[in-house]
Design a protein around this ligand. Sequence first.
Ligand code: ATP
Length: 503
Amino acid sequence: MTRPIALIVDDEEDLLTLMRLTLLRMGVDAETASTLKDAQRLLKKQSFDFCLTDLNLPDGSGLSLVSDVARDYPNMPIAVITAYGSMDVAIDALKKGAFDFVSKPVELARLRVLVERALQVNAPSAAANEEAQLSESLLIGKAPVMLALRTTLTKLARSQAPVYISGESGTGKEVVARLIHLLSPRSSGPFIPVNCGAIPAELMESEFFGHKKGSFTGATEDKLGLFQSANGGTLFLDEVADLPLAMQVKLLRAIQEKKVRPIGTQTEVSVDIRLLSATHKNLQAQVNAGGFRQDLFYRINVIEVQVPPLRDRGDDILLLADTFLQRLCADWGITPPKISKAAQQQLLTYAFPGNVRELQNTLERALTLCDDGMILPEHLKLNAAYQLADTGRVSDVSDSYISNLSSLSQVSTGNAVYGSVPAAAISAIPSLKNLPPEGLEVYLQDIERHIIQQALDASLWNRTAAAKKLGMSFRSLRYRLKKLGLGTDLDKDDIDDEEIQSA
Ligand SMILES: Nc1ncnc2c1ncn2[C@@H]1O[C@H](COP(=O)(O)OP(=O)(O)OP(=O)(O)O)[C@@H](O)[C@H]1O
């Protein structure tokens, strides 16, 4: 078997020798270059399994080599060596297509891990068509946006860069994270998903970093933290927007240093993880409002992947519906029913605020309600408030209506949403005959609830700030929250009847 060969680019002779010896001990041959020009010459002369480059070279920046390699040799992973603490440059390199980075002084253990990962990128593991099959069966969809998404995921699975997955609730962000892991060189390692919103604040540090028996009341056993559990694999921080600020600082440190210190111990433990994160909230808005640290956002959001809402995926709605019905019926041991033309049309013109998860729930319910092997519109029980104009397809007009409902930035920057409702939104409002059976009041309340919820999310549930965004008084917002069932227990005590009368 031929030995792999690497190209190392650095102008420090001692470091070059040290890295070369480390690689040789790992069974990897190495060619060395001390300038960009030398590196380019060697790249033209022969092919390499991977490249490791310093950033400060006598004739230019290693970043330009990263860009050249990403363009001319996209299958060759390239990693960069950064000066200690220069995280900005490391992130820039990752954005330009570097596979990973290592900081100076180069720790040999870390270098070894990096080399192993680099060699796995092109190792003949799953064949390309197996990867495509996996990708298609896990993340179902044939819409152009989904094809493009799958191509992006296959590409970025090769890198170690942190990926931030954004998208509305239920669009499939966790599916995307799992797929990145399965397509990556880490696929044989663990995939550890964490719902950051579900861990009580006081247990967070111990959950993430682990603890030693007896380190606090209740620590009856040694506990391995989530970082160590994900070692060699992928840590997926779901609902990352829900991390308390105090924990964000600790997490940032662990991510930067790639080390954790379990509670009750004095020593730090190195961890080798790839970090993925997701939230359905507007994280940038949360950063602007001071609820999420800018430096952590910058660190986890090296590459952003947006998962499109279901209503933008056209016929994928029916493809997913069929697949879910087949799966459910296989589980229940029954023959899958058909979906009537009218029911299909309803599905295609429904806004799916809860996206793929809502589609799954809708079909499960329809399956229990339907008889004679046919799902009819009445079995879907879709919320008429979200039924779009019946144009046969989710139209541009309907899209703009939806985005007007959900666009926080428009609400907060005062663009024409209130007072002067855009013509496109008005034309998307259902006609009288399409109003929900519950009537106008319920329809309007749904819209009101949706907008208020968005404003509250954008203001991190600071009701004074939310009221300001909505152009209403605090009192009036409090009244509406109670009316719509969004109030907290606190509200229940302190809103008196007189206030309700006067709001
Ligand atoms: N393209 C898809 N193909 C097949 N199943 C999908 C797809 N997208 C989502 N699903 C399924 O829909 C459900 C919701 O997906 P998932 O939990 O990944 O969404 P999410 O965006 O992470 O939601 P949340 O924002 O609530 O965390 C899951 O059961 C998932 O398996």
